[in-house]
Design a protein around this ligand. Structure first.
Ligand code: NAD
Length: 269
């Protein structure tokens, strides 16, 4: 007799009415390995009470948008804003529910509290769920290591006009990867006025906000007489959405701990 199919992983989408939340629910709807367990957004959202499937144009999915997590699920995925992530993270820690966090822009203190929950629950945090961007992290580190202080490193990111944090979490991750490789964390965010000559070891980080751009990152390595640029361009949000679902599948059933894209990719995800 054939094995019974594994029970689908029940996922609560926190930030369900947002750009990422909607795209993630879209992919969940066509993936038999997962099921939408709950769709959550802010209490004053106009979509509270609306069926999540109707919201994303697919027809009823049987889960109305709610203002809180009303039942237990296998995993929560969060794409909201830092002040909204913290309460759902505390709720997950209390309920021992694994949590995937895609939200960016945490203050250092929030980030510390968030990471502390990894002692209680499996917690997956990624500033970028795209596989290609995670390859860019690796390549940028290798290039920085190889070129050392002979190159001036500048990181330029572009995002849509609605983005709330700057620079992007991905640009910050890139800056830290480069800093580790060259042994200098002299970050400068934009430049203006009489800034003087550029010191060796400085890492420039620049944020452009324009139109509906889903996200572009370029790491510029400027040398005398030549320039190396490593770039990633998201054409839409699909890579992030698929990566977040893969992270949720990876996290379900794991012991408490802090997991990252490096763990997912090492596991072949
Ligand atoms: P968005 O503004 O379109 O969506 C955010 C959603 O969260 C909205 O529906 C909003 O109503 C909801 N929300 C806000 N406060 C809430 C609360 N208290 N409780 C419940 N829901 C609440 O934003 P977005 O473009 O979907 O991005 C969301 C976050 O994800 C941002 O921090 C962004 O930088 C990040 N992001 C990360 C990745 C990644 O790969 N890690 C990719 C894209 C975006």
């Amino acid at each position: 007799m054939a094995d019974a199919p594994a029970k689908p992983i029940s996922i609560a989408m926190h930030g369900a009415a947002g750009r990422m939340g909607q795209r993630i629910m879209h992919f969940m709807a066509s993936d038999p390995a997962v099921v939408l367990g709950a769709a959550i957004d802010r209490p004053d959202s106009l979509h509270i009470g609306q069926d999540a499937g109707v919201l994303i144009g697919l027809g009823p999915m049987g889960e109305p948008l709610r203002a809180d997590l009303h039942k237990t699920v296998d995993v929560v995925i969060d794409f909201t804003a830092p002040d909204a992530t913290m309460p759902i993270a505390r709720r997950c820690a209390e309920g021992k529910i694994p949590l995937v966090v895609g939200t960016t822009g945490f203050e250092p203190e929030q980030r510390r509290e968030l990471e502390s929950f990894a002692a209680t629950i499996p917690l997956f945090i990624a500033s970028n769920f795209s596989k290609a961007v995670n390859l860019l992290f690796h390549l940028a580190g290798e290039a920085a290591k190889s070129l050392g202080n002979s190159a001036d490193v500048e990181i330029v990111e572009r995002h849509h006009r609605f983005k709330k944090d700057a620079p992007s979490g991905t640009a910050l991750t890139l800056a830290h990867v480069v800093a580790k490789a060259i042994g200098s964390a002299d970050f400068v965010h934009g430049r203006s006025g009489q800034t003087g000559e550029r010191p060796t070891g400085q890492i420039g980080v620049h944020a452009l906000r324009t139109g509906d751009n889903p996200g572009e990152h370029t790491v510029v390595f400027g040398l005398m007489g030549e320039c190396l640029e490593l770039s990633h361009r998201a054409l839409n949000r699909d890579g992030f959405a698929r990566g977040a679902i893969d992270a949720a599948k990876f996290l379900a059933g794991k012991p408490p701990g802090l997991y990252t894209m490096a763990d997912l990719l090492a596991a072949g995800g």
